[in-house]
Ligand binder design. Structure first.
Ligand SMILES: [Zn+2]
Ligand SMILES: [Zn+2]
Length: 256
């Protein structure tokens, strides 16, 4: 089975990992130019054999048969780096913009996370890359892995500072001690800012992904349990009605 939008080979009855669920806009069918089986009228690629329907009939006779499906399969997704994955999705988006492949298909994006396979390091890289961004969405796995990663990095630096100054953190944070060591005060402030900004903007992006307002971030400012409450809310699953995706604000005119 092949994705009718991007031509990628799929497991039987699985949505395309790049496009999501792709459905034809009507029940009308056409014959595949290569295998002659019926396919949706606006399919870019044959769902049965993966043949590119934009290629003219005559070209098929002169082309080696295996070429067509092979070029669309590429590397398996779980072996792809984040950069390769983004390049591939960008290529498909560009093809649609150029009109090379039809966008006249219903596409329901089912990707839950921005990275193809959410890992700790990939999620940390993502959370750092988007440190100052709130106008997009963040998937649940990417969010929690990124949050754990940022916390571990912060903890590492705190332990390192304790080791360097050879004092427990509680003693280091005394006002009198900080006045005596202004450099330490600056480092601690930077560490606090790094932690708060990365996790604060990530939480807002996670709320956008869950289809709720980013302003729920005010929960974070409740004394004592604020961060706990804000994290509880971040467990909400991705909403199909969300206004932001992994690229930014969803352009609602596009679907009209
Ligand atoms: Zn696809
Ligand atoms: Zn075919």
């Amino acid at each position: 089975m092949y994705c009718q939008r991007c031509g990628r080979e799929l497991k039987e009855n699985h949505p395309c990992p790049l496009c999501g669920i792709v459905k034809p806009t009507s029940d009308e069918t056409k014959k595949c130019k290569k295998c002659q089986l019926p396919i949706p009228v606006n399919a870019n690629y044959c769902v049965h054999c993966g043949a590119d329907q934009a290629i003219l009939n005559d070209n098929f006779q002169t082309q080696p048969a295996e070429n067509n499906s092979e070029k669309n399969m590429g590397k398996p997704l779980d072996q792809m780096t984040q950069a390769e994955f983004q390049k591939l999705t960008a290529e498909i988006d560009q093809k649609i913009k150029n009109g090379e492949i039809s966008s006249n298909l219903i596409v329901i994006n089912t990707r839950l996370n921005e990275t193809p396979i959410p890992t700790l390091s990939g999620s940390v890289r993502l959370i750092i890359k988007d440190i100052f961004k709130v106008n997009k969405a963040m998937g649940r796995a990417n969010f929690f892995l990124g949050y754990i990663g940022v916390s571990l990095i912060t903890l590492f630096f705190l332990l390192l500072i304790q080791k360097i100054f050879n004092q427990p953190m509680m003693a280091l944070m005394q006002e009198a001690y900080l006045i005596k060591h202004p450099m330490l005060a600056v480092i601690l402030l930077l560490l606090l800012l790094w932690y708060v900004i990365t996790t604060l903007t990530a939480t807002i992006r996670r709320y956008h992904d869950a289809g709720i307002s980013g302003w729920w971030i005010i929960l974070r400012f409740i004394p004592m349990f604020g961060e706990f409450f804000s994290l509880l809310l971040a467990f909400l699953p991705q909403s199909p009605k969300r206004k932001y995706d992994f690229k930014g604000k969803i352009d609602s005119d596009k679907n009209k």
